[in-house]
Design a protein around this ligand. Structure first.
Ligand code: HMH
Length: 213
């Protein structure tokens, strides 16, 4: 039985729940999140997305012919997303040249390390990273202002379809993969799940520390 996106989700429900549910997200939903917590996330996620864009470029470079179109569309959306992050930072007077926090840096190093992984492993990691935000931003329910546009960016129907197509491509790549590559894909999925949970926790706690001064 080959590994698929669905078998990974079924085998690791607790890891995936930790990746996609967090007091940060429910705090956005209930209006209890502090602006400093949100702003910490925003700046650190911009730094993440810059390197994630580089990762998607490398996935494109490793992709078979039939997968190029979707990945190009993904890169095009990331171009828009980086400009949007810059607008949001300007609106909030945030400095995007802030250093990456250790958790953000660990995640950036992990996605950089995928450069030498087989394509099916890269495809699973890409799907997991996008699916984590697609689910995470939707699960609490409709987000109030000022978070509506953030939830919509990763929860809108077009993005949801993009993530589903990433899953289809990852499954196709894995179907032909060796058992060693399938095991590596599972490890990458679990690594993404851990790093997603840590990323929410980073923003949630470091924003609070700043308030305490
Ligand atoms: C930490 N994971 C993180 N940031 C993001 N922007 C995404 C996933 C989705 O692109």
């Amino acid at each position: 039985m080959p590994v698929t996106c669905q078998t990974l989700l079924d085998a690791h429900p607790a890891a995936w729940t930790q990746a996609t549910t967090h007091p940060f997200l429910t705090g956005c939903h209930s209006g209890t999140l502090l602006p400093t917590q949100f702003n910490t996330w925003l700046v650190q996620d911009y730094l993440f997305v810059q390197d994630f864009t580089r990762m998607v470029g490398r996935v494109l470079g490793a992709a078979p012919d039939g997968h190029i179109d979707l990945l190009l569309a993904g890169l095009s959306a990331l171009k828009d997303e980086l400009l949007w992050f810059e607008d949001k930072a300007t609106e909030r007077s945030l400095d995007l040249s802030t250093p990456a926090q250790p958790t953000c840096q660990r995640y950036r190093e992990f996605i950089a390390s995928l450069a030498i992984a087989p394509y099916p492993v890269q495809a699973i990691a890409l799907w997991a990273i996008e699916y984590a935000y697609n689910q995470g931003w939707q699960l609490p329910g409709p987000m109030p202002e000022p978070y509506t546009e953030f939830a919509d960016r990763w929860g809108n129907p077009g993005f949801t379809e993009y993530v589903q197509r990433l899953a289809t491509q990852a499954n196709a790549a894995l179907a032909a993969a060796s058992s060693a590559t399938q095991a590596q894909a599972e490890a990458a999925f679990l690594r993404v799940a851990d790093l997603e949970a840590a990323f929410w926790q980073m923003a949630f706690t470091s924003g609070k520390e700043k308030i305490r001064g």
